[in-house]
Ligand binder design. Structure first.
Ligand SMILES: Nc1ncnc2c1ncn2[C@@H]1O[C@H](COP(=O)(O)OP(=O)(O)OP(=O)(O)O)[C@@H](O)[C@H]1O
Ligand SMILES: [Mg+2]
Length: 260
């Protein structure tokens, strides 16, 4: 198939630049946009559902407590204890589902390499043996106006996932670059910051790959499936996007953040 091609023509009448893009690329972008739209709709749905669960949950817990106070027999109180504990567990999940929606406060000039370094230190402290995190930074990267805490959280979720997939033993690469003329959510940007988190782990099973940015989707024992949707929400609040490509031995999460 035809690859992206730029041809400069010069004649007596002046100069002309012609660009050809392959059809495959257009189709890929359309498919990715559809996927991101449906992930976004899914996150919204889960958030609304979480709102609906939150209020009655408080009522159920309160009623169980009142009931417990009336009960004489310790055996029966075991049942109310189950109700209270399960309500608390659900409450924590609901809180996590609702938490990401603090709007971003992009007020600081942020050096992305400081964000990378912070995340690198945290994850290396969590996996002190067997994990290597390589740095491949483009020193000419400009600062961006952003909400630093949200970017740290977003990147931490990606790097932590990689470390978990590697079982704490393997190589993660953090690569920063400048990307030119990128389209994010149908908006064309002249300049964007590109940050890759690449690991050499087992990869994401193909059946899961299309759904990893949906909430509550997890392929990990004990995972809650909230890390990636949260990271995507934070990056989208900065006008950016996270994409993923994966095969056994190479998983590449690419975070794009517009600069201009
Ligand atoms: N680098 C990676 N390599 C292999 N699989 C991955 C990688 N990153 C994510 N995944 C898969 O995507 C799933 C979803 O990730 P996500 O961070 O949303 O949830 P989680 O890690 O399962 O739980 P949580 O982050 O909420 O604790 C993971 O469970 C895992 O199966
Ligand atoms: Mg995770």
């Amino acid at each position: 198939m035809l690859h992206c091609l730029a041809v400069a023509l010069e004649s007596d009448l002046g100069a002309m630049l012609m660009e050809f893009h392959e059809v495959d690329q257009r189709l890929r972008i359309d498919r990715e946009e559809r996927m991101h739209d449906s992930a976004r709709a899914n996150r919204e749905l889960v958030r609304n559902l979480a709102h609906e669960i939150k209020n009655p949950l408080g009522g159920i817990r309160g009623a169980a407590q009142l009931l417990e106070a009336e009960l004489e027999s310790p055996e029966l109180r075991e049942y109310t204890q189950v109700m209270i504990k399960e309500a608390d567990r659900l409450q924590k999940l609901v809180d996590r589902l609702l938490a990401p929606h603090r709007p971003a406060r992009p007020t600081e000039h942020v050096n992305m390499h400081e964000v990378c370094e912070r995340v690198r230190m945290i994850v290396l402290a969590e996996y002190p043996q067997g994990l290597v995190i390589h740095r491949d930074y483009d020193a000419s990267l400009p600062e961006l106006v952003a909400d630093k805490e949200q970017l740290i959280q977003a990147l931490l979720n990606l790097v932590r996932n990689a470390a978990q997939a590697l079982n704490g033993s393997g190589v993660i690469r953090l690569r920063t670059r400048i990307a030119r003329h990128v389209v994010i959510a149908r908006i064309r940007h002249k300049l964007a910051l590109e940050l890759h988190v690449i690991d050499n782990g087992p990869g994401i099973p193909s059946g899961l790959l299309d759904r990893i940015f949906f909430p509550l989707v997890s392929g990990r024992e004990g995972g809650s499936g909230l890390g990636l949707p949260l990271a995507q929400t934070f990056v989208e609040q900065h006008g950016g996007l996270i994409e993923c490509e994966s095969r056994p031995g190479l998983t590449d999460f690419r975070m794009l953040l517009p600069l201009l």
